[in-house]
Design a protein around this ligand. Structure first.
Ligand SMILES: *Cc1c(COP(=O)(O)O)cnc(C)c1O
Length: 366
């Protein structure tokens, strides 16, 4: 029940793992982010660490997008984290801290990816995981993950904002640790993505484009950049039907195809605005149509499959530009496989074919 598991030879990822990290032979791909950045995180040698070797995701140059924008654009492909979204960065930190504090259960409200991540890390830690999701509004892949990892999945007849209100209240009266992005460990874990980008680009970055839902991630990136002495322009993009930061007021019934950012009252509102204003950036929005255009463009022209919410960073860049920025990173927050239904809906149908050479030829060459 402590989350402590013996480190396999050459692949330490768990309790006290940092003790192994300076042996030289370990590749960053074989360690989690707490181990990689322990000196910049609120953890110490010997703490129990719950990790699935998250982080260290690729930064991929996007040549066609660069050409369209007239600048050097890279994609931070967070879909390659263990459960397929950046939420794993925050979850390794939040669940490790909860285990260190003796928690036996963790809870969150989620539009899907936090639920999938919590479920995986809770099972890894050997503690109970509970997730509250908006009924019927969660992508199939995410629901499958949460259920497979053995979390209790509660479908709330209400939206994300209501779910967050309820988990906040229940964690105050019951011994169950809240690991939503209101939990500061989430931000700590997530800030490491900024460290990785700066390392990959030798510190030179002019602008970061990022989707904004509950606004924890943009807060985390800005913290990571500032702690590194960097100050790229922070360009936050929301979906038009869920754009409280753009409007400057809550959206009571948020609606968008990009379910991961269907949030009307972001928990980290002030901090997100602080990041955008403080960096000389801005917040803006895109329609669902523009988000889906970017979603298809990335898959077809760049070979990178992300979920719809993630494509909002690229949609925003294409629509609003990045001023005179020469070097830009777009954060792709989650993997395309999370939401197979939207992918199928946005694609041409499969081509039926009789099992003969002639029929196949007809299909291929007409
Ligand atoms: C959670 C999530 C977001 C939004 O991040 P916030 O920290 O809530 O602003 C964007 N995209 C995906 C895929 C997510 O899972």
């Amino acid at each position: 029940m402590t989350g402590q598991i013996d480190a396999p030879p050459g692949g330490p990822t768990v309790a006290g793992a940092a003790a192994h990290r300076l042996t030289g032979g370990d590749s960053i791909r074989r360690m989690g982010l707490i181990e990689r950045y322990i000196d910049r995180l609120p953890f110490e040698l010997g703490d129990p660490i719950v990790s699935l070797n998250e982080g260290s995701t690729p930064l991929i140059l996007a040549p066609r997008l660069s050409e369209r924008v007239g600048a050097e654009v890279h994609l931070k492909y967070e879909g390659l984290n263990p459960t397929g979204s950046f939420k794993d960065r925050g979850m390794t930190a939040a669940v490790s801290a909860a285990v260190r504090d003796g928690a036996e259960a963790v809870i969150c409200a989620s539009t899907g990816n936090t639920a999938a991540s919590l479920a995986a890390y809770a099972s890894r830690a050997g503690i109970r995981g509970v997730v509250l999701v908006p009924d019927g509004k969660i992508a199939a892949g995410k629901l499958a993950q949460a259920l497979m990892h053995g979390a209790q999945v509660v479908a709330l007849r209400g939206n994300f904002d209501k779910a967050l209100e309820l988990v906040r209240a229940i964690s105050e009266i019951h011994p169950i640790a809240l690991v939503n992005s209101v939990n500061d460990f989430r931000v700590e874990g997530q800030k490491t993505a900024a460290f990785e980008i700066l390392e990959d680009l030798d510190g030179r970055l002019d602008a970061l484009c990022i989707p904004v839902g509950n606004a924890g991630n943009i807060t985390a990136y800005w913290k990571g950049f500032q702690e590194s002495g960097a100050s790229p322009r922070m360009l936050g993009f929301q979906a038009h039907g869920a754009n409280p930061l753009v409007r400057g007021e809550m959206v009571p019934e948020p609606e968008t195809i990009a379910s991961a950012i269907r949030i009307g009252n972001p928990a980290r509102w002030e901090e997100a605005m602080g990041a955008m204003v403080g960096s000389g950036g801005k917040v803006d929005d895109c329609t669902d149509e523009e988000i889906l255009d970017a979603y298809r463009f990335l898959a077809r022209e760049e070979g990178v499959f992300c979920e719809p919410a993630s494509a909002t960073s690229v949609a925003g860049l294409l629509k609003h530009g990045a001023g005179d920025a020469q070097r830009i990173v777009c954060v792709l927050t989650g993997h395309g496989l999370k939401d197979p239904q939207t992918a199928l809906d946005e694609s041409p149908p499969v081509i039926p074919c009789e099992p003969t050479l002639k029929a196949l030829e007809k299909v291929l060459v007409g």
